[in-house]
Write a protein that binds this ligand. Sequence first.
Ligand code: SF4
Ligand code: SF4
Length: 319
Amino acid sequence: MSKGHESCSGCGVCLLSCPVWHHRHTMSYTRKARAKAMQGGATHEEIALAIDACLLCGACEASCPEGIGLAALNILQRQELNRTRNDYPEWYPGELPVHKAEGTVSGRASLFLPGELLGKDTATRGAVLKQLGKNGRTTLAVDDGRDIALIIEAGLPMRPGRLESFISALNPARTLIVAEGLLHRPLRKWLPAKKIIGLGEALLSKGRLRQNLNCRDLYVIESRGYHADHKRLVLFYDRLRRETGCQTNLDLQRVAFSTGASSLQGRRDLTASGCIENAGRILKGRKIDRVIVEDLADAGAFRLAADVPVVHIGLLEQE
Ligand code: SF4
Ligand code: SF4
């Protein structure tokens, strides 16, 4: 079982890669302050602003030297807070979305779950699927669980039977390629026999896409999925950097600095959530000709912060 808030030493290392800290510079919004407040007996209502401000990027868990299970605690705190409050921040979903089937039920080896943003951008989604489907083994999932990702992020209860229908639609596949990083941890728990990977890993595993990267590219790793499988993916992306020379949004601890653009707050307002500012922080001092993003939400933030082209990885081969 993961360690809890009682193990927080107050070292503050988690601040270094926290986009909320860099945007707000307010100690009470930090993960450290939340953990110390819980040690002191604070209620979730008393730290509601900090719980709501968190962008769920997962960087704090990857950097915490005490090994506290901060990613799960971040969601748990949101669930606990929702039990008692009546007023929600403006970025909270009003009506819970109802899932609409789009793909085809398939017994192919791999299913691609595009998530909300890629699901709506049919041109980019089509390009991704073309890349993934070149060996004929990947198809679009009939149910990508985008409503479930939203419910998890908001800490809201799931509709009865919804989880069961989602999982049963995924059962025919051996590998799930999941663009929404927030779903990686729960999917590994619900479907332990399946291989769950992110879109970047799935596309970069094909050698020809790597050949398109060079030392003047900033490659922006999707932070939620990366931190959910941190130890393994550190090795994957270190190899990518060695082979291509590309720059990334990883710091010296190999923690991914996030814009926060894929969060519910970021999707509502990139500026107010600090996403453009954080994209600027990632770009600062770099000599680059191009930004490549795994997460379509990051494309929006970098296009407003960068003076170089921003390309989604699914469109890289067309460049
Ligand atoms: S999940 Fe990200 S935004 Fe939230 S406290 Fe941790 S580092 Fe900060
Ligand atoms: S890195 Fe871990 S131990 Fe250090 S302040 Fe943050 S939560 Fe506490």
